[in-house]
Design a protein around this ligand. Structure first.
Ligand code: UD1
Length: 421
């Protein structure tokens, strides 16, 4: 898919943020542990969710998704090998490892897909499962996990606070008959939301949002109704679009404290805004100051927003710098920006971004979901008509982005047939 984008206007209006993609992906998989009926509100209508629901149907779950409300009936969930193509389409499919270990004490699964901006190992997940007594056979494309004896509750120190590994180890532990302690875990809000959901299903867990999580023994899970938290990365993305292009843009249905690291950068840059608990308004600002951004685990600046903010930094009066300590090779957007006449370069692992006020439209490519969202902003900032290819990657994570931008006054068109450009 291609987006045809014209820089024609200042953004003006309001955007309502959807439910969190990454929290939903974990929670939807977690729902099968109840073997009951779970109703989830505020589930975003994005392709990653639809791909995940296809996997649930394959496992004999009844799934009904309408108007952001998802009903999952997992009473008849069955074990099947997960060596299927859908698994390779998204990163979050690795949560079936933890969930299947909890339900069936085994899983044969393809390695997860999703954004492949660099090698994304899953050794911390697998080491954790191994400590719980699982036997692992790993090939280039697949992982087979089994238990000679039963899976055991353990005390596990993660070598790095990985989001995925934290959730996967909670999934594997929550039905065990002894208490599990996970240390050096990730503290991202999506993990807190996931644990709040498990608690609503009856789990007894302590420590969410801290570096140590205790999963108490003998959890009896049951169905529930739960509302997914707002998407802080979607929120951050539109805030950045607003900082670059708005006359006046209001972002609603958010939890402002979850984007504090981005707001600190905005304050340093001198961006005019009004911050309320669940709503932020951004106003047109000139004379932006350059900044240095270093990504890190929450509450530091999220890696998922560094590619998005990169084009905004082209407007600052001086040289800005981005260092991604989470994914140092998440840099393919830099080559695309150069095609628009942007003054950007990479020195060692630093992305250096100099003021470039004469961006010129061109055909550029989305290499991954968040990079795509960044490139869309860059196209909107470039003089003329740009074509953004592989735009379907953006729709893995941003519901109705074309409609949203159109409602703010942008000329943007979705071209499904590539021949038309
Ligand atoms: C999740 C998010 C993704 C986000 C990332 C970091 C989902 C579906 N995806 O991805 O959007 O960019 O958090 O906030 O929620 N690592 C290892 N071994 C492992 C696991 C991770 O070395 O077993 C490393 C990674 O290479 C990376 C760092 O740890 O350098 C963080 O990765 P992690 O937090 O696991 O990211 P994901 O869960 O894959």
């Amino acid at each position: 898919m291609i987006y045809k984008v014209e820089n024609n206007t200042k953004l003006n209006g309001t955007i309502k943020i959807n439910g969190s993609k990454n929290a939903s992906l974990a929670i939807v998989v977690g729902a099968i542990l109840a073997k009951d009926i779970v109703i989830l509100n505020n589930v975003p209508n994005i392709t990653d969710i639809h791909d995940l629901l296809d996997i649930l149907r394959y496992l004999n779950c009844k799934v009904d998704y309408n108007d952001h409300i998802l009903k999952i009936d997992g009473r008849n969930v069955v074990y099947k090998d997960l060596r299927i193509d859908k698994i390779k389409k998204l990163r979050a499919s690795y949560y079936f490892m933890g969930a299947f270990l909890a339900l069936f004490e085994k899983v044969n699964i393809c390695k997860p897909g999703g954004c492949n901006f660099q090698n994304r190992p899953i050794d911390i997940h697998l080491n954790g499962f191994e400590k719980m007594g699982a036997k692992i056979i790993e090939t280039d494309n697949e992982v087979c996990i089994s238990c000679d004896n039963h899976l055991k509750a353990r005390q596990i120190n993660l070598s790095f606070p990985s989001v995925g590994a934290t959730i996967n180890l909670i999934l594997a532990s929550v039905l065990l008959e002894d208490t599990t302690v996970l240390r050096n875990v990730a503290t991202e809000p999506e993990i807190v939301d996931f644990i709040m959901f498990l608690k609503k299903m009856g789990a007894n867990i302590d420590g969410e949002g801290t570096k140590t999580i205790i999963i108490h023994k003998n959890n009896r899970l049951h169905g529930c109704t739960y509302t997914i938290m707002p998407d802080r990365i979607e929120c951050g993305t539109y805030l950045i679009y607003g900082a670059a292009l708005a006359k006046k843009l209001t972002i609603t249905n958010i939890i402002s404290r979850q984007v504090r690291s981005l707001l600190s950068i905005f304050i340093e840059m001198g961006i005019h805004m009004e911050i309320r608990e669940n709503e932020i308004t951004i106003y047109e600002t000139n004379n932006l100051k350059p900044v240095k951004i270093v990504t890190g685990p929450y509450p530091s600046f999220p890696t998922d927003l560094q590619q998005v903010i990169c084009p905004l930094l082209l407007k600052a009066d001086g040289q800005s710098m981005i260092i991604d300590t989470i994914y140092s090779k998440r840099i393919s957007h830099i080559e695309e920006l150069k095609k628009l006449n942007a003054n950007v370069k990479i020195v060692d692992n630093f992305m250096l971004i100099d003021k470039s006020d004469k961006l010129i439209a061109n055909t550029i490519k989305c290499n991954d979901l968040r990079g795509g969202a960044g490139m869309l902003l860059a196209c909107l900032m470039s003089k003329g008509v740009s074509y953004l290819t592989s735009a379907e990657l953006i729709e893995r994570g941003y519901q109705d982005i074309v409609l949203n931008l159109s409602s703010l006054g942008v000329h943007i068109e979705r071209i499904i047939d590539n021949e038309k450009i």
